[in-house]
Design a protein around this ligand. Structure first.
Ligand SMILES: Nc1ncnc2c1ncn2[C@@H]1O[C@H](COP(=O)(O)OP(=O)(O)OP(=O)(O)O)[C@@H](O)[C@H]1O
Length: 394
């Protein structure tokens, strides 16, 4: 799939942008703070309704935005997408609330999502445009906390399969409800004698939704091993592949791939943990507590890898994710690669540019200049110079 047109109004430092895009490689280059990452952020936002970097959606509305005729300021993003199965137009509007409304505790922004001009829930947008984003901050995928690695699996699987997004949202609600019950028992606000009966319902919900998420994650990790491992070799020019191993907090499920068996193991472990969970007032096992071990030659790369190795590993995981999406859906996602070549040595830079050869893959790359790219890459790429919120063909 690929984006043919991106239109922005009052999004970050863009007052207006109307950009035609094509399949193949597009290079956006220009000085710091020009607005290169913002273009990638906009496309990612249209795919997932989330910004990869904003703490809150109100940061996305251009500071100087005026709004229309008494309507509070808003950012509007629209893109046209060509997919293997047809054409789709996606639109998201983020509007600041009037000050009186925010003052009474309403969220500071309202988000409206439309597919082909019809209003839909934010969850329904996910999967219409599939993207894989790589930014310098993504190194946290290998060096950061387990939550980063869970998010990697969740963002990938949510874009592939609508059922995964919905089950994940349900699972997160069940964990919250279950945790508030466990806290009430711990703090003596609820009689303990009914705990087993009351928890039975929540345990079943947790185990059923959790088992589905676990099965999907375990399958994805098997596939990602086969896809990202060799990419790491190609990128590093060596022959030691990258390996991934799913580490579940639920006992006895590592090699089980049948949902029913996972559910049983989950329920059995919850029963054994009953007193501990009440004592700590929280749900101690499940997909929300799991991790992914990322290693090269058996050595965890987060703790022992060099910065360059960690960056190559992150990029291999992202390119592996793109391959997984293409294999599972029959349609290649859009690759968004921010500041692609920084921190890689000359050899790795050249390998990366070779890997991005696929002509049917839409890839949008940002960089501060063109010097680090080889001539073959530059000749193939459509180039835009970015300056202070404007794009100029180069
Ligand atoms: N809500 C906003 N309104 C106006 N400008 C904003 C807003 N949010 C961020 N900016 C500005 O937008 C500019 C573009 O940032 P962006 O991250 O896209 O730059 P970049 O070209 O990727 O830079 P770098 O090379 O440093 O990564 C920055 O100057 C930033 O301060």
């Amino acid at each position: 799939m690929y984006v043919t047109h991106l239109s922005l109004r009052d999004f970050r430092n863009y007052e207006r942008l109307d950009l035609n895009l094509e399949p193949g490689v597009t290079l956006l280059y220009g000085p710091n703070a020009a607005g290169k990452t913002t273009v990638l952020e906009a496309i990612y936002f249209l795919a997932t309704t989330r910004s990869p970097r904003a703490g809150a959606d109100r940061e996305l509305v251009r500071f100087e935005a005026q709004g229309d005729l008494g309507v509070p300021p808003f950012a509007r993003l629209v893109c046209d997408v060509v997919r293997a199965d047809g054409y789709v137009r996606l639109e998201v509007v983020v509007q600041r609330r009037a000050e009186e409304e925010s003052a009474i505790g309403a969220t500071p922004t309202i988000k409206t999502v439309r597919i082909d001009r019809k209003a839909v829930r934010a969850l329904d947008l996910v999967g219409n445009l599939r993207v894989v984003l790589f930014t310098p901050a993504d190194i946290a995928l290998v060096t950061g906390a387990p939550a980063e690695r869970r998010r990697y699996l969740d963002v990938t699987l949510s874009q592939i399969d609508g059922r995964y997004v919905r089950t994940l949202a349900h699972y997160q609600k069940v964990v919250q409800q279950r945790n508030s019950l466990l806290r009430a028992w711990r703090e003596g606000r609820r009689p303990l004698r009914y705990a087993d009966d009351e928890l039975a319902f929540w345990d079943r919900e947790l185990a059923m939704a959790g088992a589905y998420l676990l099965r999907e994650r375990l399958h994805a990790v098997v596939d990602l091993n086969a896809l990202a491992g060799p990419l790491y070799c190609r990128m590093s020019g060596g022959d030691t592949p990258l390996t991934l191993a799913y580490q579940s907090s639920v006992a006895g499920i590592d090699s089980v791939t049948d949902s029913r068996a996972i559910e049983q193991a989950f329920l059995a472990h919850l029963t054994r943990l009953r007193d501990d969970e009440i004592g700590r007032g929280q749900t101690l096992i499940g997909p929300h507590r799991d991790d992914l071990l990322i290693a090269v030659g058996g050595v965890p790369i987060g703790a022992y890898g060099s910065r360059g190795q960690q960056r190559s590993a992150t990029l291999s995981l992202k390119l592996g994710e793109a391959k997984l999406m293409r294999i599972r859906t029959g349609d290649a996602p859009v690759l968004l690669l921010d500041d692609l070549l920084s921190e890689l040595d000359a050899e790795r830079r050249s390998h990366v540019q070779d890997i991005l050869e696929r002509p049917d893959q839409q890839t949008i790359v940002t960089a501060t200049g063109t010097d680090d790219f080889d001539l073959k890459f530059l000749t193939r790429a459509r180039r835009w110079r970015v300056e202070s919120g404007h794009l100029y063909p180069a």
